[in-house]
Design a protein around this ligand. Structure first.
Ligand code: NAD
Ligand code: DAU
Length: 351
């Protein structure tokens, strides 16, 4: 094998798409997926890869420094693509500490292990940190986030991600660790845990349950199909310049209410319901605390420097996503049990 790449968080939503892309596209790489299998991690996302010779899974917690060191000593990865994180803003409002632990301490543990194993020779090594546009804060009705926008995180989730970004850059500056970062906008697509807006709405519409819209539904997000994000990560991993940051976005801004209305139209067709049936389920609930108004990425740099741009239009991507959720009942049933049921009650009962 030419290279060993450790991908953290590979059993999660985006991570599973990245793992699949790398395992299938690069048979000469050994891909090791390190994941704690929290409520968001699901090996059912990767059953098609289980027996492939260039794929391996390691279960463990990146917060455990001794465990992380052991993995590095044993497998001596040439590169890390770091996606493992607590990723849901609403959960970070209920329980900030687990975000501090995984997103900050977990990232430092990985950085420190890279240093100790690569210390002799950093040539050809890379720590690729996957981050979010939320570190830049919230936009008004105009303007875009660029790679030089000042950090202004406003939720425990985004503050923990911002902190991890700073630490990655600090290790690059101080210890000359080869790093690259990317900050992406909202992803959607198959395998996303149904606590996030789009899969939550699909699941509720399917079951004739209310679709909760926070506040007035005026908040704006820039949506990117997860397959496009995985391709962008491939591109940054292979062609990104040492020490650089790349913003990744969909050039695809939607107000939440408009997005949900479009989704309702698609669901009516797919479920053979009369037009307007799904939209009748829309309900406005108490707003998210500190709810950021608008995120929008200026993705000029990655297009200009690396030649990446999104390939899947929103209508096509949403249809593919709806089709996937409507034909994967077992996947949904499995993830909806246990922890999620408790979280859903806690999150929505007061609203
Ligand atoms: P996710 O919540 O679906 O998956 C996270 C994965 O990390 C899970 O498999 C989980 O088991 C694992 N994990 C969590 N804590 C861990 C720990 N302590 N040790 C080891 N593994 C652990 O997340 P996602 O939506 O796929 O996001 C992946 C990454 O991309 C995150 O870093 C997130 O901040 C970033 N990101 C997400 C989006 C988005 O729209 N979802 C957008 C931009 C950036
Ligand atoms: O911008 C990138 C970020 O996008 C990622 O870093 C995060 O990991 C990811 O979770 C996502 O964060 P958001 O908070 O934007 O995503 P979420 O799907 O939770 O919410 C999208 C929008 O929909 C947001 O304005 C809140 C709103 N919302 C969400 C839920 C779950 C609702 O109106 N109702 C809901 O029930």
């Amino acid at each position: 094998m030419k290279k060993t790449i450790l991908i953290t968080g590979g059993a999660g939503f985006i991570g599973s798409h990245v793992v699949r892309l790398f395992v299938k596209k690069y048979p000469e790489y050994r891909i090791l997926n390190l994941d704690a299998l929290t409520y968001a991690g699901n090996l059912e996302n990767l059953t098609d890869l289980e027996n492939l010779p260039n794929y391996g899974f390691i279960k463990g917690d990146i917060v455990d420094a001794e465990f992380v060191n052991g993995v590095f000593e044993e497998h001596r990865p040439d590169a890390v693509i770091h996606l493992a994180a607590e990723s849901h803003v609403d959960r970070s409002i209920l329980d900030p500490l687990s975000f501090i632990n995984t997103n900050i301490i977990g990232t430092v543990n990985l950085l420190s292990s890279c240093l100790s194993v690569w210390n002799e020779n950093m040539e050809g090594k890379l720590f690729y940190h996957i981050s979010t546009d939320e570190v830049y804060g919230s936009l008004g009705r105009e303007g875009y986030f660029t790679e030089t926008t000042a950090y202004d995180p406003r939720s425990p989730y985004s503050a923990s991600k911002a902190s991890s970004d700073h630490l990655v850059r600090a290790y690059h500056h101080t210890y000359k660790l080869p790093v690259v970062l990317s900050n992406c906008s909202n992803n959607y697509g198959p395998n996303q845990f149904p606590e996030k807006l789009i899969p939550l709405a699909i699941n509720n519409i399917k079951n004739n349950n209310p679709v909760p819209i926070y506040g007035k539904g005026e908040n704006v997000r820039d949506w990117l199909y997860v397959g496009d994000h995985a391709e962008a990560i491939d591109c940054v991993f292979h062609r990104g310049r040492n020490g650089e940051t790349y913003n990744i976005g969909g050039n695809n801004e939607w107000m939440n209410l408009d997005l949900i209305k479009l989704l309702c139209k698609i669901m009516d067709v797919k479920l053979n319901r009369l037009p307007g049936t799904s939209a009748a389920l829309i309900g406005f609930v108490k707003d998210r605390a500190g709810h950021d108004l608008r995120y929008a990425i200026d993705a000029t740099k990655i297009k200009k420097d690396l030649g990446w741009e999104p390939g899947v239009t929103f209508h096509v991507g949403l249809e593919k996503t709806v089709d996937w959720y409507l034909s994967n009942h077992q996947w949904l049933d499995h993830v909806l049990s246990g922890d999620y049921a408790n979280y859903y009650d806690q999150q929505y009962k007061q609203r």
